[in-house]
Ligand binder design. Sequence first.
Ligand SMILES: Cc1cc2nc3c(=O)[nH]c(=O)nc-3n(C[C@H](O)[C@H](O)[C@H](O)COP(=O)(O)O)c2cc1C
Length: 191
Amino acid sequence: MGQVDSLPVIVAVTGASGAPYARRLFRFLAERAVPVHGVVSSAGRLVYRLETGRNLEEDLPAGIPLYAEDEFTAPIASGSFRTRGMVIVPCTMGTLSAVANGLANNLIHRAADVCLKERRRLIVVPRETPLSAVHLKNMLALTEAGGIVLPPAPGFYHHPRVLDDLIDFVVARILDHLGIPHDLMAPWQGL
Ligand SMILES: Cc1cc2nc3c(=O)[nH]c(=O)nc-3n(C[C@H](O)[C@H](O)[C@H](O)COP(=O)(O)O)c2cc1C
């Protein structure tokens, strides 16, 4: 891996539905020896446990630091700590709003704010349905600020057979936007 490739990726977990995407991403990055810094909100911890039956801490591959949302002294709170970028997966409408509007009330908002100001990649995987005008405006604001809004919306043209195929579809798109090669899904080659 080159210099940028060896920089850590920040993976934040918030309290939206979609914990299996985060679990798959953490595992994939650990398997490929990509350094990761994890951060989780209080609601993220709760929903992760509800959806997977396990605590995020015990599910996390060894060696990945996991910060709580009030740990403002973590390295990822500062722009001088260089990273490859950040993924918020899943991302609540609350966190999306905070990041889109420049609030830095917790470590996740702050780390995302740092990514925007340092022109680093910020990928948010928002989950809500239906979407209100407020949600849509926040997504536009975040996109205009340089973020990537990547809804967990798997396609069906690759004929998924099991749930993991749908999860991999979304994680593959996240990895594409992080610039990390993967073999989770063959790219569409046309008919
Ligand atoms: C089981 C469960 C599922 C939830 N799913 C969503 C969701 O899909 N999207 C969302 O925006 N909020 C969802 N919420 C609400 C958020 O967890 C809540 O707004 C929380 O304050 C978000 O805080 P955070 O952004 O700091 O994680 C859910 C809550 C629970 C308990």
